[in-house]
Design a protein around this ligand. Structure first.
Ligand code: IMP
Ligand code: MG
Length: 183
């Protein structure tokens, strides 16, 4: 385990198993819906990149991958509350079935903003698949159809999640020692 991590919450195996289940669930839910190549899985960069690339390999349907970048964090552990779209999708989503793959639902601000932006482009449908959802009483209400794991309200890293751009390449998800960001 990395020395800056106090404990592992989800191991590589936990993640692999849960991502497989999510992919199977999505395959079942969208099998009848998807006719042509009209399913798009949107990765919210950069945190969701590991999750999205693993997830699409567990979805047994033709699909398109697209990428979007949003940020509200800067280099702190608290959301700034202002969500910036830093990179938009490469393709049109009008008439398509869109699944947004996100790493974590924390304050909920990022996802509610993304839902608003993407819904306004008239997709056939739109849903959210978040690997993690933090247990926070003040979370903005986001309609999250698929959730991998509920997690405690602590600052976590790994499997795409960073602190100041570090730790994304850990294979597991763990709690970052507060001493690391208290400095
Ligand atoms: P929200 O807008 O507050 O829901 O924040 C969503 C984004 O904040 C996520 O996509 C993550 O990039 C980041 N984030 C939230 N909580 C954590 C955490 O515990 N560790 C690392 N990144 C986090
Ligand atoms: Mg993110």
């Amino acid at each position: 385990m990395h020395e800056d991590v106090s404990r592992i919450i989800f191991s590589e195996e936990d993640i692999r198993n849960r991502v497989r289940e999510l992919g199977q669930e999505i395959t079942k839910d969208y099998a009848e819906l998807v006719e042509k190549n009209d399913l798009v899985v949107v990765c919210v960069l950069r945190g969701a990149v590991m999750f999205m690339t693993d997830l699409v390999r567990e979805i047994d349907l033709p699909l398109e991958m697209d990428f979007m970048a949003a940020s509200s964090y800067g280099n702190s552990t608290k959301s700034s509350g202002v969500v910036n779209i830093q990179k938009d999708l490469s393709s049109e989503i009008t008439g398509k079935h869109v699944i947004i793959a996100e790493d974590i639902l924390d304050s909920g601000l990022t996802l509610s903003k993304l839902m608003e932006v993407l819904s306004s482009r008239n997709p056939a449908s739109i849903s959210v698949c978040a690997l993690l959802r933090k247990n926070r009483p003040d979370q903005v209400d986001v309609n999250c159809r698929y959730v991998g794991f509920e997690c405690p309200d602590e600052f976590i890293v790994g499997y795409g999640l960073d602190y100041a751009e570090v730790y994304r390449n850990l294979g597991y998800i763990g709690v970052l020692k507060p001493s690391v960001y208290a400095k």
